[in-house]
Write a protein that binds this ligand. Sequence first.
Ligand code: TRP
Length: 470
Amino acid sequence: MVAERGKFTNKLGFILAAAGSAVGLGNIWKFPFEVGLGGGAAFVVMYLVFCFLLCFPVMVTEIAIGRKTRKNPVGAFTSLGFKNWRFIGVFGVLAGVLILSFYNVIAGWAFGFFFEMVTGNFSVSKHFGDFTSDLVKVGTYAVIFMSATGFFVGRGVSGGIEKLSKILMPTLIIMIVIIAAYTLTLPNAFEGIKFYLIPDLNEITINTIGGALRQAFFSLSLGMGTLITYGSYLSKNDNVISSAAYITLADVSIAFVAGLMIFPLVAFINQGDMSTVASDQAGPGLIFITMPRAFETLGPNLGAFVGGTFFLLLSFAALTSTVSLLEVPTAYIVDEWGVSRKKAVLIASIIIFLVGLPSMLANGASDFFSNQFKIAGSSDFLSLVSKITDSMLLLGGMCIVIFAAHIWKKEQLNEELSNGYEGFKKKLVSKYLNFTISYVSPIILGILFVIVVLSEFFGVNVYNYLSILF
Ligand code: TRP
């Protein structure tokens, strides 16, 4: 069993794999539409604050727990001697299964759109509903995507996950910068940039704040033990703090550039009118509907090329993320059940695929799963699962920091973080981390978790209550 556990070859390999996990549909598909819904730049400001001040310490903590124990999220807590806290890991593995079950479906759409674009079928955006309700199509792409994910996870940590990320991450960065540079030159691009970057502070409501925190957690792959798992393959000689800083920076920068790529395009299509974005264009369809329309204006050949490149990019970004999501249950099965990696991959993939079936039916293929799930302000199964898992991540993140600061104890954490970072305990960053994970992160995460659950699932408008109180 011990021989089964892989290792990243070096720090760069770890950073690219973890950044590959972080950078995904969350950055390119979800971030722009959340910005659109959340009122533009005000959301962006909150998001940045959360990533650096609140999420960075959670990331460091997760990596440290993983590296200390060299275990999957469930085994990690047992191995530290706190069997009762294993529930955090169990909860994390479950969250991973649920997230991947729907994430894989959307990744399949992205991959499908790659084929639609290269064959010049731009009209697919006008019939987006027809595409998503075609179960055979959606199902086939989901099978392909899940198989590719399983293939790379099956090849192991350095031979599969790391190699894939080392090729895809640099490619992705080059592609996204080129496309952004192009969209910035379009007519009316500036209107899009204004919407994206000039905050209207009146737009900051409790919903913007909750939404920005959820987005930050999802985008950085926090709260379910992905980074406990990846940390378990990291060498003791590597610096956890600087690695986490690079991962955060990479994730935030790519989300930011994705916004620079998309909002000028939206402004171009709307001829500069951004007032309808929040009501009409934001939402999961944003990039699947808006982007192809823009590619179409480039003419058949250039459009097919740029469009194909864009959706290939999106699929690449998604693949390094699905790989990280599958790695969590796989590591759990390998460590705890003593099964070989390949078998573990097969078991996990099949379960996740089956759990994802309702999500495949949730955008038109079945009326029941598409329209009858009127829970928590969502009408379809996929959005519901996405909302549930968002809250699970906040709760998981809160439990992880409380555990590290008050149960496992900070001295132990600091000891682990000193490996690969000489003199860490005397540095300012150590004081900052200790303070945040002890008090700031648990309190803010706790409060926002309650607010998010009350408003998302019970329709309580917390904002109104707060204004009555103060
Ligand atoms: N962060 C990825 C994205 O932005 C998705 C992801 C991968 C994820 N692993 C995760 C989200 C773990 C939450 C938890 O697309």
